[in-house]
Design a protein around this ligand. Sequence first.
Ligand code: GLU
Ligand code: MG
Length: 422
Amino acid sequence: MLRESLIFVGTCDIAGHVRGKGFPARELDARRRKGVGWTHSNLMQSAFGDIFQTPFGTGGDLMIVPDPDAAVHVDFEDGSAPEHFMLGDIRNTDGTPWECCPREFLRRAIAAVREAAGLDVLATFEQEFVYTGNEARPGDSYALGAFRRQGVFGEAFVAALRAAGVTPDSFLAEYGARQFEVTVAPAQALHAADQAVITREMARATAHRLGHRAVFSPMPVPDGVGNGVHVHFSLWDEQGRPAMHDPQGDRGLGAAAARFAAGLLHHLPAIAAITAPSPVSYLRLTPNRWAPTAIDLARQDRGAALRICPVFAAAGPEEAAAQFNLEFRVADGTASPYMVLGALLFAGADGLRRGLSIPTGDAAALPRSLSEALDRMADSEAVATWFGPTFRDAYLMHKRAELAHVGDLAAAELCRRYAEVY
Ligand code: GLU
Ligand code: MG
């Protein structure tokens, strides 16, 4: 059949979807500068596609400009059109960053950490999802049987990741029914968020070619465990030395790591609406699901909001310091990785800047619903500063309008609707 190569340029927006536009690949040189046309109200597209409410109306022009560092070209060699896309930044027509660009939000957060303490962040997203190509069988948790019965999905997925420039670390059958998990190597923060987006899309792309789906919704059904997104991160100084670990420090945390964690815990009630941004997110954040319910930091505890990860078989103190990382567990696949990591870094930077200490005593509860989380976000002056007024108000309007749209649905129907789109 006559064919011509196409490229898609897009961004992972505040609904957590990758949206953008395609064009003939031969036009790429011209498109590197002018990108693809976009408009302000595109930001307000809900999880379901509908724009329920927008402050921007129908006017205005923007562009999504591709970043050559976030380019994917993966040919599955099965006759299907290759996955050829680039992630990019939403810019004004004069080329300046648009104030509501999620990727720019993360860039500003990276700069805030650097400004607060001269530190850089390495991160990686550990992501869980349901692969619909497996039947659910009792006893399948972490089982070789489940691992085998996913057939060629795992191998094709891992090959696609590598071809997309992401280094796969592990692929496993998880605890939940038909649930799998993928981990990838850490990278500099912006790149790590790009890779999280690419990882999700490669899982979907692989499943699609096999006639199935990879579902990242935090609770595809109301029972059982959810799909979490766990963000591992570490701080590094300007000389490239790890700045997380102090064997003498509280639970092994160095001074910078403790302040960063304290900032995160302090702002967690206000950023939950960013990292767990859907009504179904709060069905996951409930007891006995290995998901967090409180604003706590714990060593090697998979029920904590912030977990101090173990160091495995370190050859010496240097390797122990390099391996030492924290894991943020209050995130899920309905959130844009740019927004998740951006919120995390802004909160941590504030802890660094103000020299905050990790609270002692009983841990407060996480917000129990999206509505509560959005109210806490709206109350936060810090969040308002990180976003800027236009972006903050648009974000709150987006999520509140979506919540109003699905607010009356029973849990099973709510889960079904979100599993359909994530
Ligand atoms: N599925 C759990 C979650 O929703 C996490 C299980 C694990 O520790 O990997 O976060
Ligand atoms: Mg897991």
